[in-house]
Design a protein around this ligand. Structure first.
Ligand SMILES: [Fe+2]
Length: 456
C-alpha cells in the first residue's frame, strides 16, 4: 500500500507539472486524454460512395458493440437528416458497416460529418470528416483514376506519399478500377481459397492501412473490382466466394441508387453514373466470366455475360451522350502475352462482338482499364469502331512492377511504369469528349501528359 501511494504521488508530479518534452512539443496529459470529448479525425474507415449534386452515401466501418450517432452539419451550422438505412453485421466479425444516406445537399459547400459515441450518458466525438456533393450538372469531370494498391510491407515507404500526392492534387472525385485490396496476397490467403471471413479481414486490414479512408476531407469514390478484390488471381464465375465478395465490396463502396445519376444493376457490382453530361459505365469483368484456362470454346459473351453485355449496349444506344467504359482488364491487348489478361486475348469471340456492337450504338466511347502495373494510353484506330478513340490504362498506385512491354497501339511517350495514378479532366462538348490526362506519382511533375478528343 505504501509503495502504491509513493508511485501515485510521483506520477502526479510529472504529469501535472510537465506539458512539454525536451523539444518543447506539447502533449495532453493522460488524464486529459481520458476525459477528452473530441478526437483527431481518422479513427475509423469511412468511405464516401455514390454522390450527386444533392445526395451522398457514406459507409462507416464501426465496432460491432457501438451504436454511433451520425450528425451532418451544414456550413451555416444547421443539422441535416442522416438516414442509417442499413447495417451489415456478419456474426463472424468484430466490425459492422453502417450505411448512411444524406439528402438536401448543394454542390460547392463543405459539410461536416460527426461520429458520436454515447457511452454511460456521456458523448464523445470519435471521428469528424468534411465532404461535398458533386456538381454533376456541369460539363467537366475532374477525377483521380487509380488501380492496384497492395498493402504489402514492401510498399510501406510508398503508400503514404502516393496518397499524399493524390490529396494535394485535390480531385473532385476518385475512380478505383480494381485490385483495391489484394485478398489473395501471398501473406494470408491462398489463391482460389478465400472464404467470406478471409475477404472481410483482408478488406479491413487493407482499408486501415490506405490513407484515403482516413482523410479528414472525404472524396466521393466510384469503384469496380478486378481479380484480387474479387478474391482470387485471374478469378472467374466459378470462384466459390463470389457472392460474399459482392456483399463486402458493395458494403464498402455501394449506396442507395440516386435516380437519374447512380444506378446499380443488382446483378453483380456493375453500375452506371450519369453525370457531367457524360455517362460512366463501371463494368464487372469477373462475376460472369468464362475461366481463362481450359476453354473448349470461346463463348460469345465470355467476359461480361450476356445480360451485362446487353445492358452496356442498350445504355449506349439510349442516346448519344458520350461515355466511358471502366473495366479492370484491358480491352485491347496491344500485344498478346500469355501472362497478361485482356478481353482481346482471353475472350476473342466476345471481343469481336463488343467491337461490332460498339460500332452501331449512338454514343461514342472511351475505354479505361487497370491491372497491368504500368500506365499507358492506346490510340484505337478508326477501323475498329468507325471513329478514332483511346484506351487509358492506369496502374499501379503501389504494387509489384516489372519493365513492361512494347505496345504498337501506344501513343508515343504515354507510358509510365512508376507508381502512379491518372488525373483526368473530361469535358463533354459537341457530342464528344475532350480529355486531358496526366500520370502522377512520387515525382513532383507528371510522368506523362496527353490530351485528345473523341467524337463519333
Ligand atoms: Fe494488380
Amino acid at each position: 500500500m505504501f509503495k502504491y501511494v509513493v508511485l501515485s504521488l510521483s506520477f502526479c508530479f510529472f504529469a501535472c507539472a510537465t506539458q512539454t518534452t525536451g523539444t518543447a512539443q506539447k502533449f495532453k496529459t493522460a488524464e486529459e486524454y481520458s476525459k477528452a470529448k473530441e478526437f483527431k479525425p481518422g479513427k475509423l474507415v469511412i468511405v464516401q460512395g455514390p454522390t450527386s449534386d444533392h445526395e451522398t452515401n457514406i459507409n462507416v466501418l464501426a465496432p460491432r458493440l457501438k451504436n454511433y450517432i451520425y450528425i451532418v452539419v451544414t456550413p451555416d451550422g444547421k443539422e441535416l437528416a442522416v438516414e442509417k438505412y442499413e447495417t451489415i453485421q456478419p456474426e463472424i466479425l468484430l466490425w459492422k458497416i453502417d450505411k448512411l444516406n444524406i439528402k438536401n445537399l448543394e454542390p460547392n459547400k463543405d459539410y461536416t460529418l460527426k461520429v458520436v459515441d454515447e457511452f454511460r450518458s456521456s458523448k464523445t466525438t470519435v471521428d469528424t470528416r468534411t465532404f461535398r456533393a458533386l456538381d454533376v450538372k456541369g460539363y467537366k469531370a475532374r477525377f483521380a483514376y487509380a488501380s492496384c494498391m497492395a498493402d504489402d510491407y514492401r510498399f510501406t515507404e510508398v503508400i503514404d506519399p502516393m496518397w499524399d500526392r493524390m490529396k494535394s492534387l485535390n480531385p473532385d472525385f476518385i475512380i478505383l478500377n480494381g485490385d483495391v485490396v489484394y485478398v489473395d496476397s501471398f501473406e494470408f490467403v491462398e489463391r482460389k481459397k478465400a472464404t467470406e471471413l478471409d475477404i472481410w479481414q483482408r478488406f479491413i486490414d487493407s482499408f486501415n492501412r490506405l490513407p484515403m479512408y482516413k482523410w479528414t476531407t472525404l472524396k466521393p469514390v466510384f469503384a469496380t473490382w478486378d481479380d484480387h478484390d474479387f478474391g482470387t488471381n485471374d478469378g472467374a464465375r466459378d470462384f466459390p466466394s463470389k457472392q460474399a465478395a459482392r456483399k463486402i465490396f458493395l458494403g464498402f463502396f455501394g449506396g442507395k441508387n440516386i435516380p437519374g445519376v447512380y444506378q446499380l444493376e443488382n446483378e453483380s457490382v456493375y453500375f452506371s453514373l450519369n453525370a457531367f453530361h457524360q455517362r460512366m459505365l463501371f463494368l464487372d469483368d469477373r462475376y460472369f466470366r468464362q475461366p481463362n484456362k481450359e476453354q473448349k470454346e470461346a463463348e460469345k459473351f465470355a467476359h461480361w455475360g450476356e445480360k451485362q453485355h446487353n445492358w452496356i449496349m442498350n445504355t449506349l444506344n439510349a442516346d448519344g451522350t458520350p461515355a466511358w467504359l471502366f473495366n479492370g482488364n484491358q480491352f485491347f491487348s496491344g500485344v498478346d502475352l500469355s501472362y497478361k489478361e485482356s478481353i482481346q486475348s482471353n475472350n476473342p469471340a466476345h471481343f469481336q462482338k463488343i467491337l461490332e456492337d460498339l460500332k452501331s450504338v449512338k454514343a461514342p466511347v472511351v475505354m479505361a482499364s487497370g491491372d497491368i502495373h504500368f500506365s499507358e494510353v492506346m490510340r484505337i484506330p478508326t477501323d475498329k469502331l468507325g471513329y478514332e478513340t483511346y484506351e487509358l490504362t492506369s496502374s499501379s498506385m503501389h504494387s509489384y512492377t516489372g519493365s513492361g512491354w512494347d505496345n504498337p497501339l501506344r501513343v508515343p511517350g504515354a507510358f509510365s511504369k512508376e507508381f502512379n495514378f491518372m488525373l483526368i479532366n473530361s469535358t463533354s462538348k459537341d457530342g464528344g469528349l475532350e480529355i486531358d490526362v496526366e500520370s502522377w506519382g512520387l515525382a513532383d511533375k507528371p510522368y506523362f501528359k496527353n490530351n485528345f478528343r473523341v467524337r463519333k
